[in-house]
Design a protein around this ligand. Sequence first.
Ligand code: ZN
Length: 205
Amino acid sequence: MQGFIIKVNRFKDEDLIVTIITQQNLQTLYRFYGARHGVINLGFKIDFETQMGLNTTIARLRDVIHLAYPWIMDRVRLSIWQQFVALFYPHLKDSQEIGSFYFELLDSAASSWHQQNPKRIAIESYIKILKHEGRLHEDFICLYCEKKIENEVSLLRAFLPSHPTCSHRLSISSRTLRKLYDDESTLFMSDIDVDTLWHVLIEGL
Ligand SMILES: [Zn+2]
């Protein structure tokens, strides 16, 4: 089975509890300490087996192989990847049957993570998530005053729209945002706009 590690918790000094987005579901597994085990790290794509232990409710993680991407040695790219992937745990932790959507999304993002500014890929992926979950607010109605937003939109966590004068946050033109939502592409966006959206994104999915 393959999956992306979205959470690593230390347990009893050297053991780990690991949460993984797989092709079918979300799995939380136990890994006993052992010097011969491969490295486990947040964001890694791994191939693995599971084994149900006696007297435990949590299966064991076994036979881990790290399916490394070439950009894993690039510290900046890895750091942005880990910030992005870490957002999935609080978002999905109470679900189990999540289907293949999140795995395929991460798989596709990871495959192109080296090709451009990875924050752009994260934002494009997030638009796909919001659409998949039916949470994309395309109507640009201000969360605070409930009036229409004409020109500049200030996005709040989960990309909820507001007037810059209502929320006092950095804004982005509504035309740019509309194009992002329609095309799921940041190609036409400035790096400043990308940074603005990235900072909203990392507040939480
Ligand atoms: Zn308003």
